[in-house]
Ligand binder design. Structure first.
Ligand code: G3H
Ligand code: 13P
Ligand code: ZN
Length: 309
């Protein structure tokens, strides 16, 4: 099976009241940990590459690693560009074999967001590739972009139909209170499910995407802090909120920070227990296994997509 688009995945996820996990990938161990977990539980997958990941690991290396994972697992896997910031970057990924791209022009005024999104949609669709866009603005840190809570804004449900209608986009990322990174909430986690519900009523059947959806698993933060890290106040989206979103119109849930925490906590523990270790397989191997364990848990208990491949 070649890499697939998200069209079929989202249709089934919407109808079945579950979500597909979209996991950020940067290297071989991360790809293997995620895809082996999905193979264990027979789940469809979205592997996503940010501009930073593409710069770090190289387009062709990531493409070939993901193709290898598809061959090894036989699963439906979509390869997606995360937070594409220009038509040129989206085009390069479409031309380079990705099956899905995100154009994130959410920082631009409404009309300009529509204009660049439509340009990407027209090109991607002509090549059989699907497009995710964003309306509203998440807080948090992603690569070089740091959006403060004051600059973040919830998605306005009244704008959604016009945006989707005029751009022809295939899915839409919305801002309902999640944010990127490991410090999402001060105090209790709050998500605006009323906004999600309103959007779902206006566009029944249309797939919605939730970014910034790591739970910032406390055990990993504790391990990092135990072995010399300093992450006080790290906090993520509670799992029951993600389950609720998955049962609604949210068909794609983005997770990166939890993978980073799993990997970092594991590597710190290995070095704390054996400060003389110098074989990369002895710390990257356990990190890969921890990612597999974490992703398996997410697929079964949070996203509800186990057995849906
Ligand atoms: O939303 C952003 C993802 O966590 C990717 O982060 O741009 O540092 O690769 P990155
Ligand atoms: P987290 O930082 O919550 O993992 O969000 C990742 C994300 O939205 C990638 O696009
Ligand atoms: Zn994101």
């Amino acid at each position: 099976m070649p890499l697939v688009t998200t069209t079929e995945m989202f249709k089934k996820a919407y109808e079945g009241g579950y979500a597909i996990g979209a996991f950020n990938v940067n290297n071989m161990e991360i790809i293997q940990g995620i895809t082996e977990a999905a193979k264990e539980v027979n789940a469809p997958l979205i592997l996503q590459v940010s501009a930073g990941a593409r710069k770090y690991a190289n387009h062709t290396y990531l493409m070939k690693l993901v193709e290898a994972a598809q061959i090894e697992t036989g699963l439906p896997i979509a390869l997606h560009l995360d937070h594409g910031d220009s038509f040129e970057l989206c085009k390069a990924c479409v031309d380079g074999g990705f099956t899905s791209v995100m154009i994130d022009a959410s920082h631009l005024p409404f009309e300009e967001n529509i204009k660049v999104t439509k340009q990407v949609v027209d090109y991607a669709h002509s090549k059989g590739v699907v497009v995710e866009a964003e309306l509203g603005r998440l807080a948090g840190v992603e690569d070089e972009v740091n959006v403060s809570a004051a600059d973040a804004s919830y998605t306005d449900p009244k704008e959604v139909e016009e945006f989707v209608g005029r751009t022809g986009v295939d899915s839409l990322a919305i801002a309902i209170g999640t944010s990127h990174g490991a410090y999402k909430f001060q105090g209790d986690a709050k998500l605006r499910f009323d906004i999600l519900e309103d959007i779902q009523k206006r566009l029944p059947g249309f797939p919605i995407v939730l970014h910034g959806a790591s739970s910032v698993i406390p055990e990993y933060v504790d391990t990092i802090n135990k072995y010399g890290g300093e992450m006080p106040g790290a906090k993520g989206v509670p799992e029951d909120m993600l389950r609720k979103a998955s049962s609604m119109a949210v068909c794609k849930i983005n997770i990166d920070s939890d993978l980073r925490l799993a990997m970092t906590a594991t590597v710190r523990k290995v070095f704390a227990e054996n400060p003389s270790e110098f074989d990369p397989r002895k710390y990257l191997g356990p990190a890969r296994s921890e990612i597999q364990k974490l992703v398996k848990h997410k697929l079964i208990n949070v996203l509800g997509c186990a057995g849906k491949a």
